[in-house]
Design a protein around this ligand. Structure first.
Ligand code: ADP
Ligand code: MG
Ligand code: MG
Length: 248
């Protein structure tokens, strides 16, 4: 079975059709880019996959199991991870403390920062391993508030890694990142993929998307227009017309 499957997923809010008949399979270890004009439903798709929103039609299956009705925390425990917004970093805490909180939350333990951890506890070890994976081990003791935007993005990805996900959803990981930091964050995302994780990434930087992904899914007006290799998607007339005259 695929790692993630959407079967005829639809979402209506009030009278508005936000998602319509989206069917998509993502295989284990695949990296899928999700593109589409602004308002196409990309973030909503991630909300439906992660459990922030429940679809009004269709099925979401994770690793062969129907999770359509399950709350966010059950899907997270089953291996579905999503990047935190920058605002979810505790600014007065260190990089290590922030990542350790994510590891503790995943382990289901108390998430107190008042309790001084031993260097040997499992959450601290998971946090150090995650920081090493994103290349921030030497910034473990830095206060989160003092980080550059690109470093904050890396900490968010480290928090995700500390929760040991099988599937990772990244919503515009390059948003707000200085262009000089884009290659480093691209490498971190490549590393997530090499680690065997299944990655879905909404991203507007097409050079980043095309340089990373196995397949590209194209959303437009809540529908999935195409899910194919980057070359096939770029040559698809439906995709080309979807972008004509629209701000991406
Ligand atoms: P994208 O991420 O592709 O830019 P979104 O998924 O954020 O698009 O939004 C898709 C459409 O759904 C937009 O028209 C947006 O206004 C609408 N939308 C998203 N969430 C809600 C909501 N909670 N209530 C009503 N409309 C929503
Ligand atoms: Mg948008
Ligand atoms: Mg969005």
């Amino acid at each position: 079975h695929p790692m993630l499957a959407l079967e005829h997923v639809g979402l209506r809010i009030g009278g508005a059709r936000i998602l319509h008949d989206v069917s998509l399979e993502v295989r284990t270890g695949e990296m899928l880019g999700v593109i589409g004009p602004n308002g196409a439903g990309k973030t909503t798709l991630f909300n439906v996959i992660s459990g922030v929103m429940k679809p009004t039609e269709g099925v979401v299956a994770l690793d062969g199991r129907d999770v359509t009705g399950e709350p966010i925390h059950r899907r997270a425990a089953a291996g579905l991870g999503r990047t935190f917004q920058t605002s979810s970093l505790f600014p007065a805490l260190s990089v290590l403390e922030n990542v350790r909180l994510a590891a503790q939350a995943h382990a289901g333990g108390a998430t107190s920062v008042l309790r001084m951890p031993r260097r040997t506890d499992a959450a601290t070890e998971a946090a150090f391993a995650a920081l090493a994976e994103v290349g921030l081990a030497d910034r473990a003791d830095a206060e989160a508030s003092g980080l550059a935007h690109g470093e904050k993005r890396k900490v968010e990805i480290a928090m995700l890694i500390a929760m040991n996900p099988k599937v990772v959803l990244l919503d515009e990981p390059m948003a707000g990142v200085a262009s000089g930091d884009v290659p480093a964050i691209t490498e971190v995302i490549r590393g997530l993929h090499r680690g065997g994780r299944t990655v879905l990434m909404v991203e507007h930087h097409m050079d980043v998307v095309l340089g990373l992904v196995d397949r590209v899914a194209v959303m437009h007006h809540g529908e999935l227009l195409a899910a194919d290799t980057p070359e096939a998607v770029m040559a698809n007339p439906l995709v080309q017309s979807a972008y004509l005259g629209e701000a991406v």
